[in-house]
Design a protein around this ligand. Structure first.
Ligand SMILES: Cc1cc2nc3c(=O)[nH]c(=O)nc-3n(C[C@H](O)[C@H](O)[C@H](O)COP(=O)(O)OP(=O)(O)OC[C@H]3O[C@@H](n4cnc5c(N)ncnc54)[C@H](O)[C@@H]3O)c2cc1C
Length: 681
């Protein structure tokens, strides 16, 4: 599963008639299939080629292996059965070499990071419990050992982690602290006399909570704790949060001495994942169990780190664990595509109410209201998929680079993009899956049709791997502080004082404008009202203007913190809605530009044309959703606002005959698409 080959595109010379012209005369699914005939398959293949991105061979491999209905979640299983089943499926994956791509070649893997993220994403079409459980074992536990550990840890744990002889968990969150990781309470106190760390939960709120694998299967935990040590003649000092390998269960599954695990029990979804809690009562582990890539403690208790600044050290450690967040974003994209594909297929067969002069009732996807429900979300799913492909590729490049070539600025931008897209994609998933459920009426609520299960399983994606609100704020802070190094870890008040002290011109867009965007911007008038809204340059300009306006005005508001009369935290908190909007606007602009790039790179004229329409619908519906802001700040006139609403309607009508084509191009294995509500019609 570690392949980065680029299979050739299906064909580059497919031509279809202009979609807009075709669609005006066809509004039923039968018309649509007649319309495309043989060309439809080619169009689907070409769209899929674009959607699949660089690791398309990996996608095809997982497609083939996972095209089995028995991989779908079965809600009739007990909690125990669901957990056992997922563990069995993990063993199958392991036997197929699924996990190797995520680990370096020196440690028994194949070191193809992009392939490993893509493969995990594809599990989202089968069972989200399987994706999460695999993500915990190989991405979080394995990722902590691989990225925070050194040779002694790689030799001891990685091979067994890949083949599942060793099951691990990632114990960061505590009952008292989830988002604020720096405030974790668990302690790891070094005892120089025995050369051990003592892992302890000093308060009830220090209990590790919600930890995947902790309820039942995990035998080891990567425990995040405050490291306390004293060198010779020194007083004990806390050096902040570090990660330690702690054995928690024996081979028979019993808690080890000093460890108390418990089960989180039934949840809102993800039945196959055994989430649990861990309390430590002075548990002793050897000194060597500190994952010591970024800091170490000598036998005599002396602390050392190549990174002097404690904040920078902490954020560097967390930054290396970014893969989990990127996998969660990717899988959320897959889950929304699947729910929308099922709802679209149902919308093409479900009929309600008589059509005048027709014996048959009307296919529900012929109602504008229904088109408006699904098509803008399909368009947004395309946009998210393109942005995800870019993000996965950037992660691959950054993490595959040799340490000598590491680029701190690029790493920070990657972290901000990952935070932004994780929030954007998972919110989109929660929303679109819920809409898909409603779009299938009562049938959508039956588990046999899958969407209700997907909805339960996807819910927590907005929370784990970083709460979405907290992540969106992180994006805004990075943009506003122009990625300055010394702001990471500052309190809200400290950060706002930093912004206030910055020269006005420091708060500017630092990312270089990509060539295709530059060319499009040059083709449109700076005054957006003078340029057609169908002009891609105008569309990008509107997204960019919104972001620039928000960044500028937010910075102005935050500068009030320099007034002696103002409390810095209050200034920050009063502007938090503004700050969050900066983060959202930034991410939506990045998503649009990734979509534009993908269309530009597409070799098939027919696919590019259709993608162009899909991109238009993404833009028009995003503008429509934020019309209040655009009009209030005079970026869009009342007349243009009306044209945007009309435009969404027209684009929905134009794309209606392509609905099946667009969702077929997602390439979801057919055996995983089963829904009796469609098959029985
Ligand atoms: C099913 C599941 C699996 C999990 N698996 C793991 C795991 O394997 N390992 C692990 O370590 N953790 C795991 N977690 C924990 C998860 O990562 C945390 O729940 C998450 O980080 C959020 O932390 P919290 O629950 O403390 O929420 P909080 O941080 O308390 O957030 C509560 C609310 O407060 C808001 N809020 C918080 N801070 C701010 C702010 N500064 N400004 C505005 N609003 C704010 C949030 O937006 C949110 O709405 C899991 C959780 C679940 C539910």
């Amino acid at each position: 599963m570690s392949t980065t080959e680029h299979p050739s595109p299906p064909s580059t010379d497919s031509t279809i008639d202009d979609p807009q012209t075709d669609s005006q005369s066809s509004t039923t699914p039968d018309d649509a299939s007649e319309l495309f005939g043989a060309d439809r398959e080619l169009l689907v293949d070409n769209l899929r080629y674009v959607l699949d991105g660089r690791w398309r061979a990996t996608r095809d491999d997982v497609r083939t292996r996972s095209n089995r209905a028995d991989l779908l979640p079965d809600p009739s299983r007990t909690l125990e059965q669901a957990r056992t089943r997922i563990l069995d499926e993990m063993r199958e994956l392991s036997a197929q070499g699924f996990a190797s791509a995520g680990f370096g070649a020196d440690h028994g893997g194949t070191g193809d990071i992009g392939a490993s993220i893509t493969a995990i994403e594809m599990l989202g079409y089968a069972d989200l419990s399987l994706m999460v459980k695999a993500g915990v074992q190989w991405g979080l536990w394995g990722g902590a050992v691989e990225n925070l550990g050194t040779a002694r840890h790689h030799e001891k744990y990685v091979a067994d982690t890949i083949n599942l002889d060793l099951l691990g968990c990632f114990a960061m969150t505590e009952t008292g602290h989830g988002s604020n990781v720096q405030a974790l309470e668990t302690t790891a106190t070094y005892d120089a006399a025995t050369k051990e760390f003592v892992i302890h939960s000093p308060t009830p709120s220090a209990r590790k909570d919600y930890i995947g694998g902790a309820a039942e299967h995990a035998r080891y935990a990567a425990v995040f704790a405050q490291l306390i040590t004293a060198g010779p003649g020194q007083e004990p000092e806390s050096y902040g949060v570090h990660c330690f390998v702690v054995p928690i269960r024996d081979a028979d599954g019993n808690d080890l001495p000093g460890v108390t695990t418990s089960d989180c029990g039934y949840k809102g979804g993800l039945a196959g994942v055994d989430n649990g809690r861990i309390l430590f009562d002075s548990v002793r582990i050897p000194r060597e169990n500190l994952l010591n890539r970024y800091a170490d403690v000598e036998d005599d208790g002396t602390y050392s780190s190549p990174i002097d600044n404690p904040n920078r050290r902490f954020f560097t450690m967390l930054g290396t664990l970014i893969r989990g967040r990127i996998s969660v974003a990717a899988t959320a994209g897959a889950a929304s595509r699947k729910a929308l594909a099922i709802a679209t297929r149902y919308g093409l067969v479900r009929r309600q109410f008589d059509a005048p002069g027709d014996e048959d009732e009307i296919v529900v996807l012929d109602y504008l209201g229904h088109q408006r429900k699904l098509l803008p979300l399909i368009a947004k799913s395309y946009a998210v998929a393109m942005a995800q492909n870019e993000l996965t590729e950037e992660l691959h490049e950054v993490q595959s680079a040799s340490p000598d070539d590491s680029d701190a600025g690029r790493q920070r931008e990657l972290e901000a993009s990952a935070a932004g897209l994780k929030a954007y994609a998972t919110w989109h998933a929660s929303h679109s899956i819920n809409v898909a459920r409603e779009a299938c009426g009562g049938a959508g609520y039956l588990d046999e049709n899958q969407i209700s299960i997907i909805r339960g399983d996807i819910d927590v994606f907005t929370t784990f791997e970083g709460d979405n609100t907290v992540l969106t704020q992180l994006v805004a802070k990075e943009v506003l502080s122009a990625y300055a190094d010394d702001v990471q870890g500052l309190s809200a008040g400290g950060w706002v004082r930093f912004i206030a002290s910055m020269a006005r011109d420091v708060v500017v867009e630092k990312t270089a404008v990509r060539q295709v965007v530059q060319t499009l911007l040059e083709s449109s008038d700076e005054d957006t009202e003078k340029s057609a809204l169908t002009n891609r340059g105008t569309q990008i300009r509107l997204f960019r203007n919104r972001e620039d306006h928000l960044v500028r005005t937010c910075a102005q508001r935050l500068r009030r913190a320099t007034d002696d009369d103002n409390d810095a935290f209050e200034v920050f908190n009063n502007a938090q809605d503004h700050l969050l909007k900066v983060g959202q606007a930034r991410t939506e602009r990045v998503v649009l530009e990734a979509f534009v790039q993908a269309i530009n790179d597409c070799d098939s004229r027919a696919a590019a044309e259709l993608l162009g329409k899909v991109c238009d619908l993404f833009v028009y519906s995003a503008l429509e959703a934020d019309l209040g802001w655009f009009m209030m700040h005079r970026h869009i006139s009342v007349e243009r606002a009306k044209a945007i609403r009309r435009g969404v309607n027209e684009l929905c009508r134009d794309l209606r005959p392509y609905a099946a084509t667009l969702v077929d191009a997602f390439g979801i294995p057919e055996e995983l698409m089963g829904a009796p509500m469609i098959e029985n019609h």
